[in-house]
Design a protein. Structure first.
Length: 66
């Protein structure tokens, strides 16, 4: 994991084409905006984990143990 320090108004560029700008920092929360290619989905990690679990469940053969 990379740890990068940014302040309000500063940006990060990820993979050359996704820009993340820090908008607000309050306590332990951060508000950020992203400018990403429209054909690339952006998910919060907790949503991505739920989608991955649902996909694994859908691919599991019938009557297989968990």
């Amino acid at each position: 994991m990379r740890i990068l320090k940014r302040g309000v108004g500063e940006t990060l560029t990820v993979a050359g084409n996704a820009i993340v700008k820090i908008l607000k920092v309050r306590g332990d929360g951060v508000r950020a905006a992203s400018d990403t290619p429209i054909d690339k989905p952006v998910y919060r990690n907790e949503v991505l984990e739920e989608l991955s679990a649902a996909a694994r469940e859908a691919l599991r053969p019938p009557n297989s143990p968990e």
